[in-house]
Design a protein around this ligand. Structure first.
Ligand code: 5GP
Length: 205
């Protein structure tokens, strides 16, 4: 059977709960690689280098750009974020599904390079609720929260370009929706992997 993985791109405004949804879904999801991004942002309390992000200086980040080390990269609220290229390409080739949790500019770049990628956008129930969640998280100062909220509103307007859009209101519903999207995307007949699958079934006469 064919062994090329599926590439998923997940975007959501900061504070939308995508981390919680992803960690729940991954408990029952084998053969998946969660890409660890590089960032120039400072670690939040409890975040670890090589687990949550590869935390690096601006110079290190620029050097990686110059070495063509990123699949995509973008600036978000005055920090740089990027997806290391090598690991993602290798894992896809090895047949793993790969998850990128990235913002909308990066998602566009990925879709251009990988038209088969499935783009999923997670919406908050409302902007009011997003503000409430960001304030409750209290990991940032008020001005950073406001900047992230403004950025979030801007990002929601980009959601039209995504293949699937879902709302994170009740967590259990959101987990079910997300799981359904993953299944549907993997069975999508226009994807290269499913074309190969059909060919293999036909060949095996
Ligand atoms: P945070 O600082 O809250 O961890 O992330 C801020 C934003 O950057 C989020 O929307 C997150 O999805 C996005 N992000 C994280 N890693 C990457 C990446 O590698 N590339 C891009 N373009 N965005 C990223």
């Amino acid at each position: 059977m064919t062994n090329k993985g599926t590439l998923f791109v997940i975007s959501a405004p900061s504070g939308c709960g995508k981390g919680t949804i992803l960690s729940e879904v991954f408990k029952n999801y084998n053969n998946v690689f969660y890409s660890i991004s590089a960032t120039t942002r400072k670690p939040r309390e409890g975040e670890k280098h090589g687990v949550n992000y590869y935390f690096m200086s601006k110079d290190e980040f620029t050097e990686l750009i110059n070495r063509d080390g990123f699949l995509e990269y973008a600036e978000y609220c005055n920090n740089m974020y990027g997806t290391p290229r090598k690991e993602v390409e290798e894992k896809l080739e090895q047949g793993y599904d790969v998850i990128l949790e990235i913002e909308t500019l990066g998602a566009k770049q990925v879709k251009e390079k990988f038209p088969d990628a499935t783009l999923i956008f997670i919406l908050p129930p409302s902007v009011k609720e997003l503000r409430r969640r960001l304030c409750k998280r209290a990991t940032e100062d008020t001005d950073v929260i406001e900047a992230r909220l403004a950025k979030g509103v801007q990002e929601i307007k980009e959601a039209y370009h995504y293949d699937y859009i879902m709302v994170n209101d009740e967590l259990s519903d959101a987990i079910n929706d997300f799981t359904a999207i993953i299944h549907a995307a993997k069975l999508n007949g226009s994807k290269m992997t499913t074309k190969e699958l059909i060919e293999e079934v036909l060949e095996n006469a």
